[in-house]
Write a protein that binds this ligand. Structure first.
Ligand code: HEM
Length: 290
């Protein structure tokens, strides 16, 4: 199931970004799709590997195991790919415009902003945004959908309740869509409970203290890497009743964004894709349940 969910997730993100699908049916340019898939599998392979030079700085001199060289090669390849998409949109501006009946993509919007605010929307910045969204928004949603499905299959009573909700709100004569999903509160409780027990980013993203500070009574010097253990917070018995049990009901009638559920982080650097992720995961699950 992971590979199908992954293809779905990449297609959603790439259609938003560039209007293209690179997996399954309706792939327009097979060669380009192949290039994209290769880059993606390499990005996930390299980002998951550890670099001995990070632990023993002397090894950085010789780039032991060649991780850095590989990353640089990959950076060049992904940069060229993203630049290709931008150039294509720039050249086809006419045919991509809404006036011609095509939905505007994220690249179209950013190229329009480039005209009015060139310093904020240089090609470099647009490429950075595209690649960040591709990396941050795909595997996280896939892992969450997969974990939720696994938890549902291991808790048939919850699955049954979810199916009753889908049948009641959406019915069996039409497929669930975005507006239908928004009326499925129990489904959202299931997703929250799944992200509590199995957060896709258990340590969130590494942060760095911009000044000397005190966290939980510990002195933290400026420029220290700080990791937030969301996994532990989500299972803290002081905060959650029966913390290791899968009980979506605990979120019923609660604002999950209030404070202690933090799979998307908190504050200014929290995940900007949280709403999109909830909808994407919810729609995929509701469709599977249907
Ligand atoms: C279930 C799915 C997702 C989870 C669990 C998730 C989780 C996270 C977490 C924990 C962070 C770091 C927050 C921090 O620094 O404390 C983050 C950052 C980010 N996420 Fe997500 N994310 C998901 C889906 C998405 C989607 C669908 C997108 C975009 C399409 C996205 C875009 C981003 C971006 C751009 C950042 C970096 C924000 C920044 O550094 O200011 N994420 N996400």
């Amino acid at each position: 199931m992971k590979s199908r969910l992954s293809e779905l997730s990449f297609n959603i993100i790439m259609r938003m970004i560039s209007g293209k699908r690179y997996f399954g049916v309706e792939v327009e340019n097979l060669e380009e799709a192949k290039r994209f898939r290769n880059i993606i599998s390499e990005i996930f392979e390299v980002s998951g590997s550890s670099n001995p030079g990070d632990f023993l700085p002397i090894l950085q001199w010789i780039d032991f195991q060649g991780v850095e060289k590989r990353m640089l090669r990959l950076m060049k390849k992904s940069d060229e790919f993203a630049q290709g998409l931008i150039d294509e949109h720039r050249n086809n501006k006419e045919s991509c415009s809404q006036e011609q009946g095509r939905t505007k993509t994220m690249i179209d919007n950013m190229l329009s902003l480039q005209e009015s605010e060139p310093e904020n929307y240089s090609d470099e910045i647009i490429k950075g945004l595209l690649l960040t969204i591709i990396v941050a928004g795909t595997d996280t949603s896939v892992a969450t959908t997969e974990w939720t499905m696994s938890l549902l299959l291991n808790h048939p009573e919850v699955l049954k309740k979810a199916r009753v909700e889908v049948d009641k709100i959406v019915g069996q004569n039409r497929l669930v869509d975005e507006s239908g999903y928004l009326n499925l509160p129990y489904m959202q409780s299931i997703i929250n409970e799944s992200m509590r027990l199995k957060p896709a980013a258990p340590l969130l993203a590494p942060h760095q203290s911009s000044d000397d500070c005190i966290i939980g009574g510990y002195d933290i010097p400026r420029d220290t890497m700080v990791l937030v253990n969301a996994w532990a917070i989500h299972r803290d018995p002081k905060m959650w009743e029966d913390p290791t049990s899968f009980r979506p009901e605990r979120f019923e009638g609660l604002d999950a964004n209030a404070y202690k559920l933090i799979p998307f982080g908190l504050g200014r650097r929290a995940c900007p894709g949280a709403n999109l992720a909830n909808r994407g995961v919810g729609l995929a699950l509701a469709s599977l349940i249907q």
